[in-house]
Design a protein around this ligand. Structure first.
Ligand code: NIG
Ligand code: FE
Length: 420
């Protein structure tokens, strides 16, 4: 890997910490994206070694010693840390076109699930798919994400819904991650929905997850996190507590899908120190007050609201004003959010959730990194951090959230490797 100089940057969004705090950004901190004009970034060995005003970086003493320095002229455009997409369902086998048409004809997401569509119908295809096919599809999606400015991706299993199917999905994530220069964080979502064959005995399925899937994923280091869909029609609070207990016992972090379709109590899960609570559309006021005092990140997924054709979007302003740290992610999945484009998510956050472009960018970079407990390495452009950068063909960072439906990303740097 050659050392790399990004020169002639018009606006560098560093996302460096505004104060001494090291936790996720909240309230006003989200608007401070650390802009430096006429900037440069120097990388070596996959890490950022200097970032700042071009004249300072060019004077950096060790620069001359770097052999075969590759220089990219950024032509006065915008450079920011690569997006951290902290919530994706990377492993699935087929789009859900029948559900799509049923919703167009007026059925709701829950009605379709109850009629045998939804997550359960995706499981059939994943169970049948050879691991090689899943790897190829995952890799194609990772490359598509990178081409749109994403350098770190959380990747969930969750459409296997059996020990074999879930472990196969995690193996596919591991193999795809090895073939991609970016960073992948694997999550076991065995508790996505109760599969057909356990419908009359849901507790037995929770035991499959807790006693088989989680121990195996932990032992084989196939997952960093365990996720659960805590929602009516999926898993209860008691189920979720059991899943979190098993995850903790086996050394895995926890996160959860919560309050997407209906409101539910979150505080009983806080004792497990979840890295994030995701969706949060129907979160209640008491939980908001609790979350304002914690580092659990509220990860908002407006792609799902858009694709389900909902009028309401996650309550970003209420959360931000209460002091809850928020992140934004694609929720890339075949049922509710088939997009890999973080730029579109930023657009939705601004137009439908009234986040400022700066807040949206902080939520999609540094707070995404916090949601994955990777903020020491990812999410900002600072010496010592991983060389993950995105170069955008815009002159003002606000344009990234302004132009929608396309791709303004020119190139990404993934752990020091330039990809276009
Ligand atoms: O985040 N809500 C649960 N999981 C996904 C949807 C999964 C699906 O419908 O396939 C979500 O929206
Ligand atoms: Fe999801």
């Amino acid at each position: 890997m050659r050392p790399l100089l990004l020169a002639n940057i018009g606006q560098l969004l560093t996302l460096r910490a505004p104060g001494k705090g090291t936790g996720p950004r909240r309230a006003n901190e989200l608007n401070d994206i650390g802009i430096i004009e006429d900037a440069a970034v120097l990388c070596d060995g996959g890490k950022i070694v200097a970032a700042g005003k071009a004249r300072d970086v060019l004077r950096y003493p060790a620069r001359k010693k770097l052999k075969h320095l590759k220089e990219i002229d950024c032509e006065q455009k915008v450079v920011l840390p690569g997006f951290v997409d902290s919530h994706t369902h990377l492993i699935f086998a087929a789009p859900r076109l029948v559900d799509f048409e049923k919703r167009i004809a007026g059925a709701t997401y829950e009605e379709i699930a109850q009629a045998g569509g939804g997550i359960r119908s995706s499981a059939e295809a994943v169970r049948k798919a050879p691991v090689k096919a899943l790897v190829q599809q995952a890799l194609a999606a990772l490359r598509e994400m990178a081409a749109q400015g994403t350098s770190t991706v959380e990747a969930k299993s969750g459409y296997g819904l059996s020990v074999e199917g879930e472990i196969k999905s995690l193996e596919a994530i591991q193999q795809a991650a090895k073939a991609w220069p970016g960073t992948v964080v694997p999550t076991l979502l065995g508790a996505h929905v109760i599969p057909k064959e356990f419908q009359s005995k849901p507790q037995r399925y929770v035991r499959e997850v807790c006693e088989k899937m989680i121990p195996l994923a932990g032992k084989r280091r196939l997952a960093a996190f365990v996720d659960v869909f805590y929602e009516r029609g999926a898993f209860t609070l008691e189920d979720s507590e059991q899943v979190f207990e098993a995850a903790t016992k086996h050394g895995l972090g926890v996160r959860a899908h919560v309050c997407q379709l209906s409101s539910a109590e979150l505080w009983p899960l806080l004792r497990f120190h979840p890295a994030s609570f995701d969706h949060m559309d129907c979160v209640n006021g008491e939980d908001i007050a609790q979350l304002a005092r914690r580092d659990t990140v509220a990860t908002l997924l407006p792609g799902a609201n858009y694709f389900l054709g909902l009028e309401k979007f996650p309550p970003a302003r209420t959360l931000i004003e209460a002091g809850v740290p928020v992140a934004l992610a694609t929720d890339y999945n075949p049922g509710t959010s088939p997009t890999s484009n973080m730029q579109f998510i930023l657009s939705l956050a601004c137009t439908h959730m009234k986040m400022t472009p700066a807040e949206a960018i902080a939520a999609a970079t540094i707070n995404g990194a916090h949601a994955l407990r990777l903020a020491e390495r990812k999410g900002s452009v600072e010496p010592g951090k991983d060389a993950d950068l995105a170069i955008f063909d815009v002159e003002d960072y606000r344009e990234i959230a302004y132009w929608f439906g396309g791709n303004r990303c020119n190139a990404v740097v993934l752990n020091g490797i330039v990809t276009r």
